[in-house]
Design a protein around this ligand. Structure first.
Ligand SMILES: [Zn+2]
Length: 454
């Protein structure tokens, strides 16, 4: 471990008084900045009857209102209209301080934006250097970036941080396709590759079956994966490590609101280490009781993130939507602190051809035809796994009783829209109004997924 990269705060137990005191002072500065520099936050805090000047203990943060993706989207829609930029009404700095704008794809087709200042970028650099330290990556190592770049939030920012670290970055990006990436691997012989687990798996198959490229002999020693489940699943880890000729896989992750990446697995493949206690305040949140849970081994909940020093658009208490399980047992690798296991998206994520799809997003999209559909839909699945092979079978309830010709037309239009926006093929089954019986969970939430396996 390179001691210069790890502050004393990163080595303390997550519930230590010393760490909490440090985090409380950082939180107080952040809350006051939000209150003073953002009318949006001032109104939000006043409404919740909280006063940042009286903040002196981390437990007080639970009295502050949370933030989520819907609020973020709405705030960004408003800032487009009123401020002329898409960074949200919750921005706290001068727009001129923004050094980079990135976006997340957004499964409904509306991207959400993240701005980074020069200082924000330095924090990302710090996190990336820590990941490299855990993985044993050195400056000068060749790192081929095959994750999607463009404006994608985990794309260029990752490349930027690796450049700062001093890696020899080969920024090809995943959008060129597996064949081109394979060709570049053969030409450049990278030490490390970064991509999604799906991309890695397709690449392995393609090299073996179509391209006549011997991937195991290319000398790739480390595979960093991110962006979707898989990098912590034993079978997939094995497949990828073997496919790259005995490379070591590392699963990296982050949370919306943080300056990512802030989690990585190690050589033990037994959970993701939290590497950013000095820059990111996390709370384990119980959705049922609306309370913050103590740091207990095995506890599950949703993380709520607050980046302590973020300059552009800080998100106070951002509920990210991942279900997490806490592991407080010491890791064999010797790295201190908690580890996490990401159990899945709160929203019942589906994975169709490597693309994350949420049933709620499918419904949102189908509701674009609200003059002809009721909004009652059911996504049919044949196994418990989130991985679904296209075409995805979706039951859709129409308004009234449409003629056969109208139904056929509607069917085509919806399928086209799903293909265009969500990028997968659907197979629809259209019902007359009243014919599709919906199920509801114990809290009244409609079940949009039906498992037809059992
Ligand atoms: Zn470890």
């Amino acid at each position: 471990m390179n001691d210069e990269l790890w502050s004393e705060w990163t080595k303390l137990p997550i519930d230590s008084d010393e760490l909490k005191k440090y985090q409380a002072s950082k939180l107080k500065q952040l809350l006051i900045r939000c209150y003073e520099d953002s009318p949006y936050y001032k109104e939000k805090f006043d409404k919740a009857n909280v006063n940042p000047y009286e903040f002196d203990d981390v437990t007080q943060l639970s009295q502050y209102p949370t933030f989520d993706k819907y609020e973020e989207r709405e705030s960004q829609a408003q800032s487009k209209e009123h401020l002329g930029h898409p960074l949200g009404m919750h921005i706290t700095c001068d727009e001129k301080k923004v050094n980079r704008m990135s976006a997340s794809s957004g499964t409904t087709g509306t991207p959400s934006f993240q701005g980074h200042s020069y200082t924000d970028r330095q924090i990302i650099f710090k996190h990336m250097a820590r990941l490299a330290d855990i993985a044993g990556i050195q400056p000068g190592d060749k790192v081929l970036m095959a994750g999607v770049m463009s404006m994608w939030v985990a794309g260029i920012p990752t490349v930027d941080a690796l450049l700062d670290f001093g890696a020899n970055v080969i920024p090809i990006g995943g959008l060129v396709g597996t064949a081109k990436v394979a060709e570049m691997i053969e030409l450049t012989h990278p030490d490390v590759i970064i991509c999604t687990p799906s991309f890695a798996r397709i690449l392995i198959k393609k090299c073996k079956n179509e391209l006549n490229i011997d991937l195991p002999s290319m000398g790739i020693k480390k595979v960093f994966v991110y962006g979707e489940p898989g990098g912590s699943e034993a079978q997939i880890i094995k497949e990828i490590e073997e496919g790259f000729g005995g490379a070591t896989l590392f699963d990296m992750a982050g949370g919306t609101g943080a300056l990512n990446p802030i989690f990585t697995s190690c050589t033990e493949h037994d959970g993701l280490h939290f590497i950013a206690q000095d820059s990111t305040f996390i709370e384990l949140y119980d959705r049922e009781t609306n309370t913050v849970l103590p740091w207990q081994d095995g506890a599950t909940g949703e993380f709520v993130y607050t980046a302590l020093e973020r300059e552009v658009g800080p998100l106070i208490r951002f509920k990210d939507g991942d279900l997490i399980q806490i592991n407080t047992k010491p890791c064999k690798c010797g790295f201190p602190g908690i580890r996490i296991k990401i159990l899945g998206r709160v929203d019942d994520m589906l994975l169709v051809k490597g693309v994350n799809v949420f049933p709620s997003a499918i419904r949102d999209l189908i509701m674009r035809f609200a003059d002809q559909v009721t909004g009652n839909i059911k996504v049919m699945k044949t196994s418990e796994s989130p991985v679904v092979a296209p075409p995805l079978h979706i039951k859709v309830e129409c308004k009234g009783s449409l003629s056969l010709a109208s139904k056929q037309q509607l069917d085509e239009k919806i399928c086209e829209e799903i293909k265009r926006v969500l990028r997968f093929q659907a197979k629809l089954e259209l019902f007359d109004e009243g014919e599709l019986v919906m199920e509801y969970g114990p809290t009244g939430k409609v079940k949009l997924i039906e498992n037809i396996n059992n």
